[in-house]
Each structure stands twice: as structure tokens, then as C-alpha cells.
Design a protein around this ligand. Structure first.
Ligand code: SF4
Length: 404
């Protein structure tokens, strides 16, 4: 049996945190309302953090909290008290991007693990060892810019744990070393305000001559999908595999976490790299939660233009696979009440994603509205629709398009 690394998932609120845990995350990282990036990611109140810890603990999972802004003078106000609160609430680790926050955490909340954020761009075992020896960190989140060879070398050379990103958004600059947003909008990317300026559309000029008459130019990175590299990361001894996306939806969290859970468990169980057919299946499952183009990141060793999106595409391709979540299963009728998200109709094939189970498909044969009237299709989001399902489902199970 191969050692299983932690699967670390993102959550922007309590609901998504519970979803991540239910679908198989060993740990979830969240952000409080202060000291964290992603200020628009509906961050957790202190009560939410305490509740997330309770929920995670009862399901054998853990909570990490991002304290990863690059702090300016006034940002230290209340930091000690906040770290002490996190320790008391049962948080396992804080993820930080500042030596001063690391030092404060070690002093104020000594039982909290301190993890060095990817924003510190650690790309060598010397860098990791220095932070471990001087500031007592127990884990380094490697820079996304490391190749697989570098991940192997750092993981085997340094005495602390390594964590590597496996999925989600990438920057075109070193993560956290970018001031595009600061300069163009005065929104500080390192204090949670990134306006994603790299994904905007630009006019390109050569002197006075415009080069982009018909098509504007954009330079965002494709998203990371490291499915092909999970075996290598596990073989290298990486302790934690991290999914990016605290701004992402409940559907993204459920489908991506569930798909990576199955992939990691399969590799750990067999001790082998999945054959091409299994790999294609896992990759397809992972990408069902994704709307952007993806690539294998710097693990590929390629630094080519294939990694960038030069033309606008981001939302052109938005999928409408997510039909809704189960609110209630009625065994006596063989139906489930679904809170809808996207349209679906009688006659379509649907699929149920349940935590820890193989995905199950069925054909929608019968639908009723909340007053019991028969329907042929559901068009409105957040409606309650009763659908016949020929097997048992649980509240919060995900219903999505079946055949793709
Ligand atoms: S503007 Fe783009 S490259 Fe810069 S921090 Fe934001 S997402 Fe990353």
C-alpha cells in the first residue's frame, strides 16, 4: 500500500466546507474575515470557523485557516488574539505568507501548526529548511512554479512536510508576486483584492498601429489539472495535495474533491499508476467541475505558450451540468425533492454524486412542482422539484447531467 497524502480542499463558506468534508477531503482550508486573501470569498465568521472545526472533527477531517495576506503596519492589530482564537477553536494549522505572522503564531498559539503559503514562492529545500529552523514551520506549500523533479528533490531533502497544488487557478506571475491588480485598480492582490487583471481583454499596439482589430488580447493562465501527476506526487512523498478555489461553487467542490478522492484511493490501493483508460476516466470526472481550459502546470517541465489563454474564453464555455441538490428523499414514493440550479427535463439521463459511493445514473421519468403538479421540465434555479429516483439518496447529494 502506498502512503496516502492528505487531500486538501478549499471552501468559501460553511456549506462548501461541509460539502468538501462529505465528499472526501482530509482537510479543508478556509479564510476568516481578517488577515486572509480572497476577501470576496464569503469568508468565515469566528462562529463559522468554530462550527467548521466541530463538523470536520466529527468526520475525521481537519481545518486549516489562511492568514496569508502580506501584512502592512496596521494589519497586525488583533492578530495575536485572532491566532489564539483559532487555536482554541480547534484549527489544525494556519497558512501564512509572512515571517512576522509565523513568529507571532509560534508565540501566541504554539499548538497551531504553521504552514508556509505558496505566496512565499519556496522553490528549494534550502528555503524550506531555513523557514523551519528559524520560524518553526512544519509544512511548506511549494511554489506552483516547481517542476516535478524539483518537488521530488525538495520533498526528499527537507525534514518538514511538503504540500503541492494539484488543481485550480494559476497566476501568470509567481503566485503572490504580482502587482497588476494593484497598479490597474488599486486593489491589492496580496490583501485579497485581486481584480484578475491578467484575464482582462486588452488592445495590443505596435507603436500607433493596433494589432488586435478583431480580437482583443488576454494573458491569463490555463487552470492546473495535475491528474496525470498524482502518482508521481505520491511517489515523491508529498504530504498534502491541494485543490485551489475558495471562490468556486459547491458543485465544483463536490465534483473535483470526489474525483480526486477516487483517484488517490485507487493509486494508494494498487500502488500503481492508473492505466491510460482509467486515467482518461479520472481526468474526465475531474474536468466535469471545470469551466476553463487546463494544463499540467509546471510539473510538465514545459514552459511553452500552451499554458496561456491568449484569447477570451473564460465564460464562453460555462457548463450547465449541475441540476441541483437533494433536499429530501421520500422512500415511500421513490422520489427526491431537488433544489434546482440549471434546467433539466423528463427523458434526460441524470447522475447522483453521493459521498463515498460510485456515481449512479437514472433516467428522469417523472417530475412534479412543489404543489404536486406534473412537469415536463424545470427551468428556474432554486425551485423545489420532486423527481422520481429509483434508488435511495441522501440530503445534499448532487444531481447532475448523466450522459456526457
Ligand atoms: S492579476 Fe492575474 S497574475 Fe496577478 S495576482 Fe491576479 S490572477 Fe494572479
Amino acid at each position: 500500500m502506498m502512503k496516502k497524502p492528505e487531500l486538501l480542499a478549499p471552501a468559501g463558506d460553511l456549506k462548501r466546507c461541509r460539502t468538501a468534508v462529505r465528499y472526501g477531503a482530509d482537510a479543508v482550508y478556509i479564510g476568516g474575515q481578517s488577515f486572509s486573501l480572497r476577501s470576496r470569498a464569503s469568508n468565515f465568521t469566528n462562529e463559522d470557523i468554530a462550527e467548521a472545526c466541530r463538523f470536520a472533527r466529527t468526520h475525521g477531517s481537519r481545518i486549516h485557516v489562511t492568514v496569508n495576506m502580506i501584512p502592512h503596519e496596521k494589519d497586525f492589530e488583533g492578530l495575536r488574539e485572532y491566532l489564539m482564537f483559532l487555536e482554541k477553536a480547534g484549527v489544525t494549522a494556519v497558512i501564512t505568507a509572512s515571517p512576522s505572522v509565523m513568529k507571532t503564531a509560534a508565540e501566541a498559539a504554539p499548538s497551531l501548526e504553521v504552514h508556509c503559503s505558496t505566496q512565499m514562492s519556496v522553490t528549494s529545500s534550502e528555503g524550506a529548511a531555513f523557514l523551519a529552523e528559524t520560524l518553526g514551520i512544519s509544512r511548506v506549500v511549494l511554489a506552483r512554479e516547481c517542476t516535478m523533479d524539483e518537488v521530488r528533490k525538495i520533498t526528499s531533502a527537507c525534514r518538514i512536510e511538503t504540500e503541492a497544488f494539484i488543481h485550480g487557478g494559476m497566476c501568470v506571475n509567481y503566485s503572490g508576486r504580482c502587482t497588476l491588480s494593484n497598479r490597474m485598480t488599486l486593489r491589492d492582490a496580496n490583501r485579497g483584492g485581486c481584480a484578475q487583471s491578467c484575464r482582462w481583454q486588452y488592445h495590443l499596439y505596435d507603436g500607433d498601429r493596433e494589432l488586435t482589430d478583431d480580437n482583443l488580447f488576454t494573458m491569463g493562465s490555463k487552470d492546473l489539472c495535475a491528474a496525470e501527476y498524482i502518482y508521481d506526487l505520491m511517489d515523491a512523498g508529498v504530504s498534502s495535495l491541494k485543490i485551489e478555489g475558495r471562490m468556486k461553487t459547491e458543485y465544483y467542490v463536490a465534483s473535483v474533491v470526489s474525483a480526486y478522492r477516487h483517484l488517490i484511493d485507487e493509486i494508494a490501493g494498487t500502488g500503481r499508476r492508473p492505466d491510460p483508460q482509467r486515467m482518461a476516466y479520472h481526468t474526465q470526472e475531474i474536468l466535469r467541475g471545470e469551466n476553463r481550459e487546463t494544463w499540467g502546470g509546471f510539473y510538465t517541465g514545459e514552459r511553452g505558450l500552451k499554458s496561456l489563454i491568449f484569447r477570451p474564453n473564460s465564460n464562453a464555455d460555462v457548463k450547465h451540468d449541475f441540476y441541483g441538490t437533494v433536499k429530501e428523499y421520500r422512500p415511500e414514493k421513490g422520489t427526491a425533492v431537488i433544489e434546482t440550479r440549471n434546467p433539466f427535463s423528463v427523458g434526460e439521463c441524470a447522475e447522483v454524486l453521493s459521498p463515498g459511493k460510485t456515481n449512479r445514473q437514472f433516467v428522469i421519468r417523472e417530475m412534479r412542482d412543489s404543489e404536486g403538479n406534473m412537469m415536463t421540465s424545470s427551468r428556474h434555479p432554486m425551485a423545489l422539484v420532486e423527481v422520481g429516483i429509483p434508488f435511495e439518496t441522501e440530503p445534499d447529494d448532487i444531481i447532475r447531467r448523466g450522459e456526457i
